[in-house]
Design a protein around this ligand. Structure first.
Ligand code: ATP
Length: 613
């Protein structure tokens, strides 16, 4: 979706919606089908925010579709309330409240367990509609007599009764829903949503309170569903009980998959395909019950052959037709730091970081730190201290407990016993989000990047944690308006020599570039203490030389603790070295002391030197 022409997507959608009543009927779409497409397209937008953008597959949308629909229909048929738009909004709020309560429960789990909870919840709502609440919902009869939509303007009331009037009512709300969703996905909040989809644990480690983000998206999706449910009642003049049926949830999922998840327009295209085919099989071909079988086969074929859905296929065709190619990766010469703009050095000082200037003494102190995994003692009684501005190395054979030690220091895992004090504050049980927020973070031994986002977006996700705090409800703000974001991203990119790759998708990067981005993500959070877990792992000799130079420039004015197996490179960088063995500290000293220490040579260096030669 192009961002070069402002509001291009909105404008094209508006033109398409105006064209629909003239273009679709000759293609075999009835007015009722077109209106249903609008409604399911709108419900699908909410579902796409949840599934396509945040990675949460919910089978519970029927619960909110039914709740919103029943609330609106009840108000309009069983009470003196006559304002259709007011009823729709009240239904939407009711669905949002239901979404909030369900989300509190369902989001306690992830993946398949989350999906299963939503299935169960959809069933519970279906049962409630039919049994305890039948008095209000009409049970299996639903609620008949819902008036056609009207809009009270005070001095006059606009009635929507003809096919074209009804279409304009539904198309208007679809457009409003789309504009809101487009704003959400372009907001800082929307970028964090995508980061959660790609790698929730890393998003959390970068200081984002992902549970709150997920809960808000869940509520937003429920509200879209609730509004759509209300529209269904107005369209049919009757609120059907099957709105609550699990099949409704399934249809929303399938339509989004057919159209293309993570596109916002996919659900509309998916709904059009789904509803046209089901009309065609049922009414035109008169297939009886077989239509579901055929539609199922068509669904499987579409999903298997169009893995990014219809929208993905349209984008691919457009690229093919107009020769849009992915930018080629730069040559290795262009990737070297030497080819980078001089900004690299200038940015070291320009890059924000939490100031620990003029502070002396220990920035981090671990006392008696112990971690047991079942019977395994990964770390035992570690006493460790790093001073402000120090660069410390940690070495130790495989399995010595180095990564576990880092995980405890960044509050990723709680220690079995012991205490961690950071910058004068006890952080032993703080949690990884808050640890990052107060300036303690790490780069990972195995890259933890947001693969389907660009380098720029990756760095933005990291910088946003620092600039906005762990949670902010800035759903409608544009990313460009986050103060300091562009500078922080560009300075970090310059520092890790990725300026020329800012708009490349991470999955296209070379391994060395990904490693540098891994360090860049940690740097962009402006840490006052940065832990680097094997930053040189898996690199070629040439890449190691580049990365050591990079780490030297990063080290200016920062406190670093670096784990690595590459002794020569590490000893070149650090002032002191801590040696871990079998979960305990074996010895600490300057690189020269460590090199000449008989215990270290016996326990570790000899073996590793032998391995690395
Ligand atoms: P490497 O250099 O290979 O990365 P390391 O020094 O970082 O090793 P750790 O990964 O911290 O060592 O592992 C220390 C010990 O703790 C190992 O015996 C490992 O198997 C064990 N361990 C680490 N994480 C877990 C876990 N989540 N569950 C069970 N055991 C674990």
């Amino acid at each position: 979706m192009s961002r070069k022409i402002p509001f291009l997507a909105e404008l094209l959608t508006l033109l398409a919606l105006i064209a629909v009543p003239f273009v679709l009927p000759p293609l075999g779409f009835t007015p009722a089908t077109i209106n249903r497409i609008m409604i399911f397209g709108l419900v699908g937008i909410g579902f796409d925010l949840l599934f396509g953008y945040t990675g949460l597959l919910s089978f519970g949308q029927s619960a909110f579709f039914g709740t919103g629909g029943m609330f609106a229909a009840y108000l309009l048929t069983q009470t003196p309330f006559t304002n259709a738009v007011g009823a729709l909004l009240i239904g939407t709020i009711a669905a949002g409240i239901a979404g909030y309560l369900v989300g509190l429960v369902a989001l306690r789990r992830t993946g398949i367990y989350f999906a299963m909870i939503t299935v169960a919840i959809a069933e519970v709502f279906f049962f409630m509609e039919f049994n305890p609440l039948a008095e209000y919902t009409g049970g299996e009869n639903g609620l008949p007599g819902v008036p056609s939509p009207s809009l009270g303007l005070g001095f006059t009331t606009i009635q929507f009764s003809s096919n074209l009037e009804l279409y304009s009512f539904f198309a208007f709300w679809y457009f409003v829903g789309l504009v809101i969703a487009l704003r959400i996905v372009r907001s800082p909040f929307g970028l964090v949503m995508r980061a959660i989809r790609e790698n929730p644990l890393r998003a959390q480690a970068l200081g984002h309170k992902i549970h709150s983000y997920k809960l808000v998206v869940f509520v937003v999706a429920a509200m879209y569903a609730g509004f759509g449910g209300g529209l269904l009642g107005l369209m049919q003049g009757f609120m059907p009980p099957d709105a609550f049926m699990f099949a409704t949830s399934g249809e929303i999922v399938m339509q989004t998959a057919i159209g293309g998840a993570g596109t916002l327009f996919g659900p509309l295209l998916g709904a059009a395909t789904w509803l046209l085919l089901s009309d065609f099989f049922q009414t035109t071909l008169n297939l009886g019950a077989t239509w579901k079988l055929i539609l199922g086969i068509v669904f499987v074929l579409l999903v298997c052959f169009l893995r990014r859905g219809l929208v993905g296929a349209v984008v691919d065709l457009y690229r093919l037709a107009f020769g849009h190619k992915k930018a080629p990766a730069p040559s290795s010469a262009a990737r070297t730091p030497a080819a980078q703009p001089a900004a690299g050095t200038a940015s070291v000082s320009a890059l924000r970081h939490k100031s620990t200037h003029n502070k002396t003494g220990a920035i981090l102190q671990a006392t008696g730190l112990t971690k047991h995994y079942g019977g395994i003692a990964a770390n035992s009684d570690i006493n460790f201290s790093v001073n402000y501005g120090e660069i410390r190395g940690i070495i130790g054979p495989n399995g010595a407990g180095k990564s576990t030690f880092f995980k405890m220091l960044t509050c990723e895992v709680p220690p079995t016993s012991g205490k961690i004090v950071f910058d004068g504050r006890d952080i032993t049980h703080l949690g990884v989000i808050d640890a990052c927020q107060i300036g303690l973070t790490k780069s990972y031994q195995i890259n933890q990047l947001f693969e389907r986002l660009t380098v720029r977006q990756n760095l933005m996700v990291a910088a946003l944690g620092e600039l906005r705090g762990k949670f902010k409800l800035d759903l409608l703000k544009t990313l460009g308006r986050v103060r300091g974001l562009t500078a922080q991203v560009e300075n970090t990119a310059a520092l890790v020599h990725l300026t020329h790759r800012l708009d490349a998708q991470v999955s296209e990067l070379a391994y060395g570039e990904k490693r540098r981005l891994e360090v860049g993500l940690a740097l962009a959070t402006s840490p006052s203490l940065l832990l680097l877990d094997e930053p040189l792992a898996g690199m070629s000799a040439e890449e190691r030389v580049e990365t050591v130079a990079l780490l030297k420039s990063i080290a200016q004015g920062r406190t670093l603790v670096i784990i690595d197996h590459d002794m020569d490179s590490l000893f070149e960088l650090v002032e002191r070295v801590t040696v871990l063995q079998e979960g305990r500290i074996l010895v600490e000293g300057t690189p020269d002391e460590i090199k000449n220490n008989a215990q270290v040579q016996e326990a570790y260096l000899g073996g590793v030197q032998g391995e690395t030669q």
